[in-house]
Design a protein around this ligand. Structure first.
Ligand SMILES: Cc1cc2nc3c(=O)[nH]c(=O)nc-3n(C[C@H](O)[C@H](O)[C@H](O)COP(=O)(O)OP(=O)(O)OC[C@H]3O[C@@H](n4cnc5c(N)ncnc54)[C@H](O)[C@@H]3O)c2cc1C
Length: 219
């Protein structure tokens, strides 16, 4: 993304830049709380020359191209949260049936059953929301962006909460690296930040809702 015009969102152009172009350098691989399978580095551009034929779309159209990509990216991140939450719920469900405390399996405590019920409800609601947003994106629905933002916000919050709750159900073992649960919590935490933070999702949702009217968004 390169500044080609005024200082607003209309003054940005998208270019395809070969990763090994002279002038590109990569920062150190950042140490992160989670997502250790994914390398994260800054990419710096200094006097990189790019031929005009590498331009994506028209000049000054880059911001809207980036925004279009983000809708699908948000579905992607939301789906990562749902998949991880499903796995966390599966593992926690198995664990609470095996672990004995006070003379019975911890699944026999109603508090455990209620936790499982809330986790499953949150998971199903999040999955349905992501599927609805994905179908609107496929259809080119006028409110697809709003739905993608809502799905990303909801599913990533639900995904983190479910993983965190699953960790709690494992008690002290949940906190140990020997079990996967602490990794699920660390890995889903960043989903609330990536592809636009969940606060920024709320900015998008409320702005679009106030522009179009709540009824327009619901239809
Ligand atoms: C592991 C990892 C991988 C990443 N990969 C990529 C990548 O591949 N490509 C890429 O471009 N970026 C990538 N990022 C960057 C990521 O997209 C940004 O970190 C994210 O969008 C948040 O932006 P920021 O860090 O500048 O936070 P800031 O914008 O500085 O926000 C800081 C805080 O202020 C809040 N805030 C900001 N604006 C508002 C507002 N208007 N209203 C209310 N609250 C607000 C935020 O919600 C947040 O809580 C990556 C980040 C991480 C951690």
């Amino acid at each position: 993304m390169v500044r080609t015009g005024n200082c607003g969102s209309g003054g940005i152009t998208a270019l395809l830049v070969p990763a090994d172009s002279p002038g590109i350098s990569y920062g150190k691989n950042e140490k992160k709380m989670g997502w250790h399978a994914q390398p994260t580095r800054t990419v710096s551009f200094e006097n990189v020359r790019v031929p005009v034929r590498n331009r994506l779309g028209a000049e000054d159209q880059g911001f809207s191209i980036a925004m279009q990509g983000l809708d699908g990216g948000r579905i992607n991140i939301a789906t990562c949260s749902i998949g991880t939450a499903q796995r966390a719920l599966d593992e926690a469900t198995e664990y609470v049936q095996q672990r004995q405390q006070f003379g019975k399996a911890i699944v026999d405590f109603q508090a455990t059953q209620f936790a499982l019920a809330d986790m499953l409800t949150g998971l199903i609601a999040a999955r349905q929301m992501v599927r609805l947003a994905a179908s609107y994106l496929d259809q080119g629905h006028a409110q697809a962006t709003t739905y993608c933002a809502m799905a990303k916000r909801f599913a990533t919050d639900a995904g983190f909460d479910i993983c965190n709750q699953a960790l709690q159900l494992l008690g002290g073992y949940g906190y140990l690296q020997e079990y996967s649960m602490e990794r699920y919590v660390r890995d889903t935490r960043v989903h609330q930040i990536l592809e636009g933070t969940n606060q920024v999702m709320r900015v998008i949702i409320s702005r679009r809702m106030l522009m179009a009217g709540a009824l327009e968004v619901i239809q």
